[in-house]
Design a protein around this ligand. Sequence first.
Ligand SMILES: Cc1ncc(COP(=O)(O)O)c(C=O)c1O
Length: 299
Amino acid sequence: MTNDVSTHQAEDDARNEDILIWVNGALKPKAQALVSVYDSGFMLGDGVWEGIRLYNGRWTFLDEHMDRLFEAAKAIDLDIGMTRDQIIAAVLETQNANAMTTDAHARLMVTRGVKTRPFQHPKLSQRGPTVVIIMEHSRPKLPRPIRLATVPHLRGLPMTQDPKLNSHSKLNCILACIAAEKAGADEALMLDVHGFVNTTNACNFFIVKKGAVWTSTGYYCMNGITRQKVIDLCRANDIPVFERNFSLVDTYSADEAFLTGTFGAQTPVGVIDGRQIGTGQLGPVTERIRALYKTLVGG
Ligand SMILES: Cc1ncc(COP(=O)(O)O)c(C=O)c1O
């Protein structure tokens, strides 16, 4: 079964057919924005990336995204070959070339580059890195609250491809998403190695119970920038917030649930494993957090 809703669904925008894509310093039309079949990212998922969003002329939380990108690159021993300022300049160059002023989303990707032979060893990646910025006009579009299904795919321990790495190899998350779709849901709810509710395949996960906001301890999920901003907003606005272990029993009986991510900000969850969450609609606490976040990002 294929569903018509995902957390990364945007309004159709014909302008996206004519965007220019930044590929290693050159701005290319979509059809010519290509990388080699020997590229480490294509061949092995060997790279790291960030998703960033433009609201009213400002790239939101760019410092935090640069921190995470450089942290991930260092962790996988990948020399980006550009400074933070050069990366930011490339983002601005792409934005200007596309005459974008608001409601744009960019996927900033860095791979280990082009290999000399089609094998795994990183030493074979001798031309690189490959740096690409795909920037699209993007307004999230959500016809209804999202449906989640719990899947057998876990968020692993840090020594097995640390789930905090925003790596190009997303197969674990993709398999989780496929399993959720086959169960009739839009996105997967993933547990940690102890069976506690952790995150979804592409976003961080929150529940609301009796006015308090709960999210996972953060040990096994992406250290989402939106996740942290939501926690900070709750703290600053007297909304009780807890990073804690909780189970599916706690989750099904939540009053509200929502996801966070740069793309969609806060996305309400209506159903989990066939159980309606609260009214099944956007709840008052999620709505309040959405409003606080909107003010924060100037969106
Ligand atoms: C698995 C996963 N979880 C959560 C997120 C959300 O993170 P952020 O809020 O920084 O966009 C992402 C985004 O890259 C992700 O890939």
